[in-house]
Design a protein around this ligand. Sequence first.
Ligand code: AMP
Length: 309
Amino acid sequence: MSLLVVGSVALDSVQTPFGSTADALGGSAVFFAVAGCLLHPVQMVGVVGHDYPIDRLERMARRGIDLAGVERVRGESFRWKGKYSYDLQNRETLETRLGVFAEFQPRIPAQFRDARYVFLGNIDPELQLGVLDQIRAPELVACDTMNYWIQSRRDVLLRLLRRVQVLMVNDAEARQLSGDWNIYRAARWILGHGPRYVVVKQGEYGAVLVGANGVFYVPAFPLEQVFDPTGAGDAFAGGFMGHVARTGDLSSDNLRRAMVVGSAMGSFAVERFSVDRFDTLSAEELGERVRSFGELVRFDIQPYAVEPV
Ligand code: AMP
């Protein structure tokens, strides 16, 4: 029941009102993997330059990440620099230095080609399609994308959607892709273009799963301290797909549970800079947080009848 991720392996420099980091571990594949590996072993595919602190990545990988698909090539690693507003709702990209990521051509090692569960992190949709061509018979493919690809590679992205079962995007991306401001209509539009499910992430307001048989909402965990929202979406995806791979159950009830695990992982990601929180995150802490979501949405309303006034 292998779980594969392909995406960026980055060095992030992030400024928030609470501090900053420079050249910290980041990238979509890394955030996905550090969250997912707490639930199921993760196979990772990406590229780094000769300057990447591979020892730091290897230390995280001891928890269950197979780095055989991470190529090391001559040149500089991908670097991303971003700055968050005071309320941590908006971020500005200050700099993107692609380095070796510019020439990234994902090559899936032979031993990864039987992957059953695949997450395509935010990269050129042409490359995402190329990854799918190398996987024999995936059972569930989820993918992310971003405004840049929606605008510049729309046709390829639409071709990719035909081969994806779950699209995970934020609300702005769902609106941009569908051309509809209403996220439920936007999700319906996306379902008409291939995926069986759409996950629309709404930051501190939670996330919505939309499928043919209904809508499910999971709140974001009510944290009093948020340090760095970077990577929350990818950690969410790691929790979601990790749960699916661990259980091997694609029923809509189980995807609802995957949403809760995803939201829990997203909440851990933002508690510290970079992937630091995952260094010490235990199975007990994860279990406790997942269970506490039940309390967040539980209410007792029976018998409930409103008499006419
Ligand atoms: P998220 O906060 O979930 O959107 O993910 C942030 C991560 O995406 C950071 O760790 C960045 O290194 C990475 N990232 C930023 N821009 C790009 C890009 N253009 N392509 C791939 N990864 C990116």
